[in-house]
Design a protein around this ligand. Structure first.
Ligand SMILES: Cc1ncc(COP(=O)(O)O)c(C=O)c1O
Length: 420
């Protein structure tokens, strides 16, 4: 499905396409429970909420934009302040590092440590002997590096050719050894893997593949906190959730969490729609085909966190039936959404949201602009829509180039903002 551009509509993005998921289903299956379940989430929530400076991130209502898009209510969860790391990724990589150290402590001492003991002097020697590594386009590596420092391990982080210098410096600031590789994101994943095997390091990847599930499952369990916080703040389930996809772990975690709540309440699960960059559209192509499809090339998109060519196996196990559509988005869609949020267009409170934070919102704009998509997804004046603003200005220089002001200026405008 295509839509045309228009001058008055900041969201009129030529070139976007929607694929509906013919395999969408309603039951949270036993195989999904093996990946994400209430018990594992309870451990993640208890652990992460015990970290210093934990606080739920704000859920910002955007009534002006909701009216403009023809939905009942629209909420944007702003992850920019998460643990001072600038993105939701603080929840995943760092939690996986904590879990990995806990497993190593148990393996070496025969006793499982409590969450509070991880990072304490009790097991400092074991933690210091562990090197964690990953490939990243920025945010995940920052989280792994931060987690390693928090819990006393070492980190070596691989970045690919197009990761910006600002993002490299942000990871190095947590004391990690940051190494730049040739090729694209998927090539850097392979290099991290091979080096880890050679050196005896632990790969803390946010994507899963055959034989590698434990760590990415931990990562997703950490991500679920966003869904739990949003549900608590809303006091109800949203009817629709629009989520951006890199490898799909974030979208799957949020979808799975809300789906389990829906099952408990005997309610239908929220409709889930994915937003994927056109030059790294592995989720769009996967949903269109009905089976995992990898895309190649340089995966060049401004939405750096979403520049992945291969989906995560674990995410597919949830989203194969747990999502309803995927939208393929050009970079212009992210730019438009970032500007709408920064300006507080339509009278809403301004929000600082980075390039990879807004693809869900851009997908909502695309879907609401098409009568056929509105009908297929049941988007109307009764819809309660949730979007996850997964990062703030994690690349401050790029943010300023796109918005014309820096993140602090937009945050100041947000503080001064009053409803009309
Ligand atoms: C800001 C941001 N949003 C969304 C995502 C996508 O998450 P996933 O790769 O789990 O789909 C990423 C991944 O790096 C990201 O950095």
């Amino acid at each position: 499905m295509k839509r045309r551009g228009s001058d008055e509509d900041p969201f009129a993005i030529a070139g976007s396409l929607i694929a509906f998921n013919a395999g969408a289903g309603s039951r949270y299956l036993p195989a999904m429970t093996e990946v994400l379940n209430d018990e594992a989430f309870a451990t993640a929530a208890a652990t992460i909420s015990g970290w210093q400076n934990y606080a739920p991130t704000p859920l910002v209502e955007l009534p002006g934009l909701a009216a403009r898009l023809g939905v009942g209510r629209l909420w944007f969860k702003d992850e920019g302040g998460r643990f001072g790391l600038g993105s939701f990724k603080a929840l995943g990589g760092a939690y996986a590092v904590a879990r990995l150290i806990a497993r190593e402590v148990e393996r070496r001492t025969g006793k499982a440590p409590s969450p509070a003991e991880i990072g304490s002097s009790a097991f400092a020697e074991i933690a210091a002997s562990i090197t964690v590594t990953c490939a990243t386009d920025g945010n995940h590596g920052r989280s792994v590096a931060w987690g390693a420092r928090l819990f006393g391990a070492k980190a070596v982080i691989f970045i690919h050719a197009t990761v910006s210098e600002g993002r490299r410096a942000a990871i190095a600031a947590y004391g990690a050894d940051v190494r730049r590789t040739g090729g694209n994101y998927d090539d850097s994943v392979r290099e991290a893997q091979e080096t880890a095997e050679r050196e005896g390091w632990f790969v803390v990847s946010d994507t899963s593949y055959p034989g590698y599930r434990t760590v990415p499952r931990d990562v997703m369990q950490g991500y679920e906190i966003m869904a739990a916080e949003a549900h608590a703040a809303l006091g109800r389930l949203p009817t629709h959730v629009f989520l951006q996809t890199g490898v799909g772990g974030m979208a799957a975690a949020v979808a799975a969490h809300l789906w389990r709540i829906a099952e408990r309440e005997g309610a239908p699960r929220p409709k889930i729609v994915l937003g994927d960059p056109e030059n790294a559209a592995c989720w769009y192509e996967t949903i269109r085909a009905g089976h995992p499809v990898a895309v190649g090339g340089d995966l060049d998109t401004m939405m750096a966190g979403l520049a992945c060519g291969e989906i995560s196996d674990l995410a597919w196990e949830i989203l194969a039936t747990g999502c309803d559509a995927a939208v393929r988005l050009p970079d212009a869609a992210a730019i438009a959404a970032m500007r709408v949020l920064a300006e507080g267009a339509f009278g809403d409170r301004p929000v600082v949201a980075g390039e990879s934070a807004v693809a869900g919102l851009a997908a909502l704009a695309v879907a609401t602009a098409e009568a056929e998509a509105r009908a297929a997804l049941g988007l109307d004046a009764d819809s309660v829509v949730l979007c996850l603003g997964t990062e703030g200005d994690t690349d401050p220089a790029l943010y300023k180039t796109i918005i014309g002001r820096d993140g602090d200026a937009v945050r100041a405008a947000a503080t001064a903002w009053r409803p009309a």
